[in-house]
Design a protein around this ligand. Structure first.
Ligand code: SF4
Length: 591
C-alpha cells in the first residue's frame, strides 16, 4: 500500500528574498551536491513545498537547462520551497537532494520528462517514493502530480493516467501564472482546482477531464472533453527573453561539468524530418545579442569553456560577434555538434583558438540519398572536407553520428557509409602523416525512433532483429579498420522508446503496473502479459487521417503538412527549411 500525505497548513507568506543560493555540500543524499553551484536552500516554514523530479541520473539532470530553469522559477517565488529528486540507487527510497526529505512530504510533485525512454523510471521513482501511481485512485490527501518537459509536450498520453496536470510548453511563460494560482490556493490544493486550471490557463492539460474511445482496431476514435476544458491544449512559447537560457547549475558531477552553456535561440530552421525539436519548437527563434550578452554575464570567472546551443540558426557574423565577446572574457568555445557545410574560415579560426581536440559531425543518414529523405541536405564531399579542415586545425578525435533504420534505408546505404568512412580515413591519414599526428574516427550509431509531430510519425520502427542485422553488417565491414572505432546503442532500448513515443493511455496503465512491480521478466514480456502488443505501437504503419493520441496537444502544425512532408520524403524529395515571416507552410506562423 502506498503511504498518504497530508498537504499541510496555510499561514502568512514568507518575506520575499528569504531563500538562499550558494554552493551545495556533502550532507546530502550520496554527496551529490558536493561542489554544486546554484543550489537553493530555503526554510520550509509556511512555504508551499514542491518536489522537482528528473527521472535520470544526477549527471544527466544537472546538465539539463530546462530542469535547471524550472528549479529557479519555483524557488524564485518567495512562498515556494522546491527540492530536487533524481534516480536513486536500486532499492533506495528516493530523498530530496537538498534536505533528504521523502516525496510524501511535498504538496506538489512536479516532474520534467525530456526523454520518453525515462517514463518507466519516473513511475518507478514515484512508486518507490510512496505515491499511488494512478491519478484516479488518489484523493486530496495525496500531492498533486504535475508533468512538464519536452517529452510530455510531444506526447503526454502515456503518462496521463499517472498525472493530475500537465503544464505544456516553455517554462518561462507556462509555469509562473499557474504557480501563482497554486500558491494562492495552498494549502487547499484539492483536485477540485483541476477544472479551474484547465479552463483558466491555456497551457494546462488536465487528463482526467478527457475520455478517449477507440475503434475495433484499437485506434483512437475520439476524445470526449468535460466541462470548460479546451478541446486541444496549446503549449506556451517564449517570444523574446531578456536573458537567454544559460547554465544555472554547475557541478563537477554533471555531464558537462566544466562547461557554461548559453542558448542562442530555440528550435531550428533546417527542418530535418526526423528531429522532433525542429518541429515542436516552431517557429525557430534566435535570441537578441543583448539577451545572449546578459546570459554570458552569468558565467562564473573560474569556468573557462562556453558551449553555444542553437548554433545551426546563427548567421556567421552573429556567431563571430558572440565568439569575440567570449574571447574578450578570456574563455574558450565548445560545440556540441558542427554543421559540416557551415564551417567558415572565421569559425575554423575560432575553433583553432579554442584548441578543440574533439569535434562532432552529424551526417545522421548513411547515404546521400537517405540524407535527402531526412532533409539533412548534406553531401558526402561536405563531410569529407569538414573532416579534413577540422583535422588541419588540430582535432584528434572526429565523431560521426549516424542513425540506422531510417525510412527507405537499404544495405546499399550502409555500404555507402562504410565507403565514406574509408575515404575520410584516407584523407585524414594523408594529412596526419604530413603533420605527424593522426585523427581517429569514432562512428556513433543509434537506432531511428519515429517521433510524434514529425513527418515520420506515420512511419514504422524498423524492429530489433532488422536493426541488429544492419548493425552487424556495419560492424563487420568496419572490423579491423585501423583508426576507426564504432559504438552503438542497443536496438532494444530504442524499441522501448519507439513504443512509448507514440503510446496512449492504455500503454500508460501497463507502465504503471510494471512500475508497481506487478509483473516479472523483460519489458516486452511484461507488456505482453498486460495485454499490450509493443509492435502495434512501434511498428504499425499509420495512415494519413488517423487520429493520434498526441493530437490533444496543438503546437500549430497541421496534419496535412506533416503527411505531405512524409510523402515527399518517401519520394526522395527534399523539403524546405523555415523562412519565418515569409511562409505559412506548416501552420505555425501567420505568414
Ligand atoms: S510556417 Fe514556415 S516559417 Fe513558420 S514554422 Fe512553419 S515552416 Fe517555419
Amino acid at each position: 500500500m502506498a503511504s498518504r500525505q497530508r498537504v499541510g497548513r496555510r499561514s502568512a507568506l514568507p518575506a520575499a528574498g528569504s531563500g538562499r543560493r550558494g554552493r551545495g555540500n556533502q550532507k546530502t543524499p550520496g554527496g551529490l551536491l558536493a561542489g554544486e553551484r546554484g543550489t537553493w536552500r530555503k526554510k520550509w516554514t509556511d512555504r508551499l513545498p514542491v518536489a522537482l523530479i528528473f527521472p535520470n541520473t544526477y549527471a544527466v539532470a544537472a546538465s539539463n537547462l530546462g530542469w535547471q530553469l524550472v528549479y529557479d522559477l519555483l524557488n524564485e517565488h518567495p512562498a515556494v520551497v522546491a527540492e530536487r529528486f533524481v534516480l536513486a540507487a536500486a532499492g533506495d527510497r528516493p530523498l530530496s537532494l537538498e534536505s533528504g526529505r521523502p516525496l510524501t512530504d511535498f504538496a506538489l510533485v512536479c516532474y520534467s520528462l525530456s526523454f520518453e525512454g525515462d517514463s518507466l523510471a519516473l513511475l518507478e521513482l514515484l512508486a518507490a517514493g510512496g505515491l499511488t501511481l494512478e491519478a484516479a485512485a488518489r484523493d486530496d490527501d495525496h500531492p498533486l502530480v504535475i508533468g512538464g518537459g519536452v517529452g510530455v509536450w510531444l506526447n503526454p498520453e502515456p503518462l496521463a493516467p499517472a498525472t493530475d496536470l500537465f503544464i505544456l510548453g516553455e517554462a518561462e511563460v507556462a509555469l509562473p501564472p499557474v504557480l501563482q494560482f497554486l500558491v494562492e490556493q495552498w494549502p487547499r490544493l484539492g483536485r477540485r482546482l483541476l477544472p479551474r486550471l484547465a479552463a483558466a490557463f491555456s497551457a494546462c492539460y488536465v487528463p482526467g477531464l478527457y475520455h478517449p474511445s477507440y475503434d475495433e482496431q484499437g485506434r483512437l476514435l475520439a476524445m470526449t472533453v468535460e466541462g470548460d476544458a479546451p478541446t486541444r491544449v496549446v503549449p506556451a512559447l517564449l517570444r523574446e527573453p531578456e536573458v537567454a537560457g544559460y547554465s544555472r547549475l554547475l557541478s563537477p558531477q554533471a555531464e558537462f561539468s566544466d562547461l557554461f552553456l548559453v542558448e542562442l535561440g530555440r528550435g531550428c530552421s533546417r527542418a530535418c524530418r526526423f528531429c522532433a525539436a525542429g518541429f515542436i519548437y516552431r517557429p525557430p527563434r534566435l535570441w537578441s545579442p543583448a539577451a545572449i550578452r546578459a546570459a554570458l554575464a552569468h558565467c562564473p570567472p573560474e569556468i573557462q569553456r562556453v558551449g553555444l546551443l542553437g548554433m545551426e540558426m546563427a548567421a556567421p557574423e552573429t556567431l563571430a560577434a558572440i565568439s569575440g565577446l567570449i574571447a574578450e572574457r578570456g574563455k574558450s568555445l565548445s560545440f556540441s555538434s558542427l554543421r559540416a557545410d557551415a564551417l567558415t574560415p572565421a569559425l575554423l579560426e575560432l575553433l583553432a583558438a579554442s584548441r578543440i581536440k574533439t569535434a562532432v559531425l552529424a551526417p545522421d543518414g548513411a547515404s546521400q540519398r537517405l540524407r535527402r529523405i531526412i532533409n539533412k541536405g548534406l553531401s558526402e564531399e561536405a563531410v569529407l572536407r569538414a573532416g579534413e579542415e577540422l583535422a588541419a586545425i588540430g582535432v584528434t578525435t572526429l565523431k560521426l553520428y549516424c542513425m540506422l533504420g531510417l525510412p527507405g534505408e537499404e544495405d546499399g546505404d550502409l555500404l555507402e557509409l562504410v565507403g565514406m568512412i574509408r575515404r575520410l580515413k584516407g584523407r585524414l591519414l594523408a594529412l596526419g602523416r604530413s603533420r605527424g599526428r593522426l585523427t581517429e574516427i569514432q562512428l556513433s550509431v543509434s537506432s531511428f525512433v519515429p517521433k510524434p509531430w514529425t513527418p515520420f510519425q506515420y512511419h514504422p520502427f524498423a524492429g530489433v532483429a532488422e536493426l541488429s542485422r544492419r548493425l552487424k553488417l556495419l560492424q563487420g565491414e568496419l572490423a579491423g579498420e585501423a583508426n576507426v572505432r564504432i559504438s552503438a546503442e542497443a536496438p532494444d532500448k530504442a524499441y522501448f522508446q519507439a513504443v512509448v513515443a507514440r503510446g496512449d493511455r492504455r500503454l500508460g496503465l501497463a507502465l504503471i503496473a510494471m512500475a508497481a512491480g506487478e509483473k516479472r521478466g523483460n519489458w516486452r514480456r511484461q507488456l505482453s502479459e498486460l495485454g499490450i502488443d509493443p509492435a502495434w505501437y512501434a511498428s504499425r504503419p499509420r495512415a494519413e487521417g488517423e487520429i493520434f493520441p498526441w493530437e490533444i496537444v496543438d503546437p500549430g502544425l497541421t496534419a496535412r503538412f506533416l503527411a505531405a512532408e512524409y510523402k515527399r520524403a518517401l519520394a526522395g524529395k527534399s523539403g524546405q527549411g523555415c523562412r519565418v515571416g515569409a511562409c505559412k507552410a506548416c501552420g505555425v506562423c501567420d505568414g
